[in-house]
Ligand binder design. Sequence first.
Ligand SMILES: [Fe+2]
Ligand SMILES: [Fe+2]
Length: 288
Amino acid sequence: MNDQQIRQLLLRIKQLPTLPQVVTHLLKLIDNPSSSANQVSKIISQDQSLATKVLKLVNSPFYGMPKRISTLSQATVILGFNTIKNLALTAAIFEQFGDENGNAHPDFNREKFWEHSVACAVAAKTIAEHIHYEMPEEAFMAGLIHDIGKVIFDQYLHEDFGAALEYAKKHKVPLREGEKHAIGISHTEVGAWLAEKWNLPGHLNASIEYHHSLQNPLKYAKIVATVHLADVVVRLEGYGHSGDTSQPTIREEIWQVISIDPDRMPDLLDEIRIGFDNAKEFLRMVIG
Ligand SMILES: [Fe+2]
Ligand SMILES: [Fe+2]
């Protein structure tokens, strides 16, 4: 990339959307262990659209409530802080990046991309449960958001991203190599810029930045390895399409931080299949 291109890139990326204030506030509040359901529901009530989504989700067949839940504080208690956090963040992401920009590249279909991301979310959560990771809901969100850099490229650098997709396909290399070639940076880097701008929790930031390289995750090694494995598994299993046409491989070093009995793999894949259908339902509620 020459100087002018770098300047142009920075300029466009600077226009990256900001996270709605109510979501930033919620993330902060939920991260504080002394926050109460009342405080959380008060914040939710400031955003009519989020409030509607929370009530819609808690009253969905998914939760099977015997009677209608009509207050946000009840809903917050039933859903739990982590689900609220995931819902708010997912809604914000879909608001910004959910739809096709009307000029889709044949190798990057937004709907298929989100299918890949949702499957990765479910797989990451399932793996997290299997390895007894303390917060499987965190792994869900990390999986959902891991490739966010690709939609940023698609939205802000559409032509260059198209060239990246084509380069990777033609040379049978991972998409991130095509991105490096055509744009100069990869989706992991630009995704990390967004995570930083949005002040997302460290485990999300690390999962976005290191899910391919596994470099330097230290504190977040487990969740990064989980997202890496989830990504490869759902690509091999053919859920959605991430835009990457290269053959995915599991990096051996993940087995230093997580371990899965190969005999349990078929169960794990079954759970992912079932979880995928449920998660699509969750998403319909969040988007609709
Ligand atoms: Fe990726
Ligand atoms: Fe991916």
